[in-house]
Write a protein that binds this ligand. Structure first.
Ligand code: GAL
Length: 797
């Protein structure tokens, strides 16, 4: 066999000859394989120049006339979408994607594979006209071996079936189709895909499991899948080097007897890890584990997996991380975005984790209700954001075929994600569905076999949940929607004797049907108050391991209580722009890191000409707040600690009644101890409002697979969002990239702010300039430069 000269990357290496490769840490061969490790971030992705169109007979044939297909870049959604009002018929169809690629002599010396991180919903993969694999389910990766490739031009054709699938969770037999569950799932090759070579003898998967993290036997247990297509007459050496902050802490290994063609599981331990820095939410110290396979002097394969040493324990007396009590504070996250469906590049996925951890101070997120992008989970590892991950499913269990797919999903999810230290629970029970105990015993057993280090659970519905006592319950996870509308908000008491976690609450069930910035101020404030109250109640009793409220971001849905195809349950909107309820979360962080003063009212004298009134709320992590009107002292805000005694930082109340006709400037000074840590000004004069056009990042890669958000908003002259603004903003983009979004933003419909995303084309570096114009607010621009593909793009604005 050809000898690889590996160049080390994080989870793989580039083969000699520069061929793109799939350094996937995974097993998996052909049709429907579900057992795949994490994707290789260094593999050359097939980002550009797929040809795409609607399915027609013969479209997967080698000779198919491609004249009517359009060039597209992955990740890709089959239909243009807006920020609301999605129409399922626009994606409920079959589609064709075709990719031409060249196979060199160097590539044929190894194994050529294609990997897809996520195709919604079903896929049939053809190579040069012949069917080579099928895959069902939109949330887990699959790989396809392509031994049939020929030297020169080859065509990979993927038929994507985006129709509602009766036997594929979370879809299920229901006449309501896409509206039978509470989220829409537009079709497409909506996550990255890559093609390339892997060695003939490869490490198909590496699971590096920390053991006895807090005890004297701290070590790493390695389970490696070796997979070879050539018989090996000599013994193999498998070694693992554990590195932290660039330093090797320990190494170990084992020798494997000569191997025939096929697979073999190899296990060994690496000890001597006493000096490891633990992974924690405040200090998410990671380790790289470099695993190599050699045969004598010959390097055959190498994988790098990233792990973290932490002990996460759910007990009837609360949750403990590394032996320290930690109240889990979090939100549920759906993965959908305006305009692109699920098809947002990695940087955008990562940004959600940053919002949750850094802006909303969450210590945990629930990936509701399916495995989410690897980029999002990588960011959770890096940021110290704990994760509940669950299999696709919502509300009901399907038939035998459906349950079989559910079983495959459990193994696919765990094998893909078990090296992530951030993940602390496997949701192996279908959200709010009454499967049989036998079924959950089966999936639970499978989960423990694949990963003995994490508990399993599943969110139980309000109707049955708190009483459920199946033997599968390791953590009683409860979607607590018991609070009655109009009555004071309450949580059900935790159930004694079992670890207890609130996995959902509030949503649009406890309060009103929709929380938008265009809704009355009292409605928006109600959402903030409910979230504060829920976390206060959870903090009051140690037996609650924590509370994950519903939810982080608005999402598309045709289910009950949706409005025009959207669910407005997020504390941030669909564009990820915070609503007043986000101010509660923002105010729970450490004031030494970020001092927060967020009024729970709009200082615009529109809804109420006398100002926000006698009991206005201000969310803050300061000790004291002093108020000034036109720089004249206007009193001190009163802490609401008596009402919300268990919050780290309860809000403040203030009397802000202003004589009619006056529109003074408001200043709020925040003190920690005696020290002034923040001073914010708010303008009552709307004639001086301006337009904002602000990118999340100012540098991107020009590789077709990068993007950043630009928030377009009406701002008062001190930079605070003016939710009551109206009028149209027109957007124009120049430069080598795509505007993912509408070219007109109706501020009156979105509540003064919206966003679009900029996605550079693959090609030479350049500059993207987005110009936003509004009749009275003026003009604003966002400038983003792009660097050549392969060089680092990542500077933040
Ligand atoms: C829950 C469900 C969530 C969401 C929520 C509605 O029952 O688990 O996915 O639909 O209701 O607010």
């Amino acid at each position: 066999m050809a000898e690889a000269k590996p160049r080390l990357t994080r989870r793989g290496f580039l083969a000699a000859g520069g061929a793109a490769l799939l350094g996937v840490a995974a097993v998996g061969t052909v049709a429907g394989s579900a057992g795949l490790g994490e994707p290789d971030p260094d593999a050359v992705r097939l980002g550009d120049f797929w040809l795409f169109g609607r399915y027609e007979d013969g479209c997967a044939d080698l000779e198919f006339d491609e004249i009517d297909l359009s060039p597209v870049q992955l990740p890709h959604c089959v239909t243009p979408l807006s920020w609301t009002g999605w129409q399922p018929p626009s994606w409920q169809d079959r589609w064709i994607y075709r990719k031409h690629f060249t196979v060199t002599a160097a590539m044929t010396a190894e194994r050529v594979r294609a990997r897809f991180d996520g195709v919604m919903t079903n896929a049939a993969v053809y190579l040069n006209g012949g069917l080579v694999a099928t895959h069902e389910g939109g949330y887990l990766p699959f790989e396809v071996e392509l031994p049939q490739v020929t030297m020169g031009d080859n065509v990979l054709a993927v038929v994507v079936d985006g129709r509602w699938q009766l036997d594929v969770p979370p879809n299920l037999p229901s006449a309501a189709g896409p509206s039978a569950i509470d989220f829409y799932q537009p079709a497409g090759i909506y996550r990255p895909a890559s093609i390339g070579t892997v060695p003939r003898t490869r490490l198909a998967d590496v699971f590096a499991r920390p053991v006895d993290v807090l005890g004297p036997g701290r070590s790493l247990h390695l389970t490696c899948e070796l997979d070879t297509t050539v018989a090996l007459g000599e013994p193999l050496q498998v070694t693992a080097s554990v590195r932290q902050a660039g330093r090797e802490l320990a190494r170990g290994g084992t020798t494997v007897a000569p191997m025939p063609v096929g697979t073999r599981t190899v296990e060994f331990d690496v000890g001597g890890l006493g000096a490891v820095r633990l992974w924690d939410v405040e200090d998410p110290a990671l380790c790289d584990v470099v695993v190599s396979v050699r045969s004598g002097p010959r390097a055959l394969d190498q994988q790098v997996v990233r792990v973290g040493f932490r002990e996460a324990e759910f007990t009837p007396d609360g949750f403990f991380l590394n032996g320290r009590r930690l109240k889990l504070v979090g939100l549920n996250r759906h993965q959908w975005y305006p305009f692109a469906g699920g098809a947002m590049p990695d940087r955008v996925q990562r940004r959600d984790a940053e919002i949750l951890r850094r802006e909303l101070n969450c210590t945990m997120v629930r990936c509701s209700h399916y495995p989410q992008s690897s980029a999002f989970l990588d960011a959770c590892d890096e940021l110290g954001l704990l994760v509940w991950e669950e299999i696709p499913g919502w509300g009901r269990i399907g038939d035998a075929a459906w349950q079989q797919q559910n079983f495959r999903d459990v193994s696919g999810m765990i094998i893909r994600d078990r090296n992530h230290p951030s993940i602390i629970v496997w949701g192996t029970r279908v959200n709010e569905a009454n499967g049989t105990t036998a079924m959950y015993d089966r999936t639970g057993k499978l989960a423990r076999k694949l990963d003995p280090s994490r508990p399993t659970s599943g969110a139980l519905a309000t109707t049955t949940g708190a009483r459920y006592a199946g033997s599968d319950v390791e953590i009683l996870a409860y979607n607590d929607y018991t609070a009655r509308r109009g009555a004071p908000f309450q949580l059900r008491p935790p159930r004694a004797g079992v670890p207890y976690l609130v996995t959902e609450t509030i949503g649009t069930i406890a309060g009103v049907r929709a929380y938008r910035r265009i809704d009355p101020p009292a409605t928006q404030q109600l959402q903030a108050e409910l979230h504060a109250k829920a976390h206060d109640l959870a903090a009051a009793d140690d037996r609650y391991c924590g509370l994950l409220a519903w939810c982080a971001f608005d999402y598309p849905s045709g289910w009950q209580r949706s409005v025009g195809g959207s669910k407005y349950a997020g504390v941030a909107d669909f564009f990820r722009i915070p609503k007043p309820a986000a101010a509660f979360y923002a105010s729970q962080g450490d004031p030494r890191v970020r001092a927060v003063v967020e009024p729970g009212f709009a200082w615009d004298f529109t809804a109420s000409p006398a100002g926000p009134g006698r009991a206005a709320t201000i969310w803050s992590n300061c000790d004291r707040l002093l108020l000034f009107l036109d720089d004249q002292p206007a009193g001190e805000a009163r802490s609401r600690r008596a009402e919300l005694p268990h919050l780290k930082h309860p809000p403040f109340a203030v009397d802000l009644t202003v004589p009619r006709g006056r529109r003074p400037q408001l200043r709020i000074d925040g003190y920690v101890g005696d020290r002034l840590v923040v001073s914010r000004r708010f303008s009552g004069d709307r004639t001086r409002d301006v337009l904002g056009c602000v990118p999340d990042d100012t540098q991107l890669r020009a590789d077709g697979g990068d993007a950043t958000r630009v928030v377009v908003s009406a701002l008062d002259r001190f930079g605070t969002l003016r939710a009551g603004a109206t009028g149209q903003v027109t957007l124009a983009l120049t430069g080598p990239g795509e505007l993912v979004g509408d070219t007109t933003v109706d501020l009156g419909a979105t509540g003064g702010a919206a966003a679009v995303w900029l996605r550079p084309f693959a090609g030479p570096p350049g500059t993207l300039t987005l110009t936003a114009r509004h009749d009275t607010l003026g003009t604003a621009t966002a400038t983003v430069t792009t660097t050549a593909s392969g060089s680092e793009g990542g500077a933040r604005s």
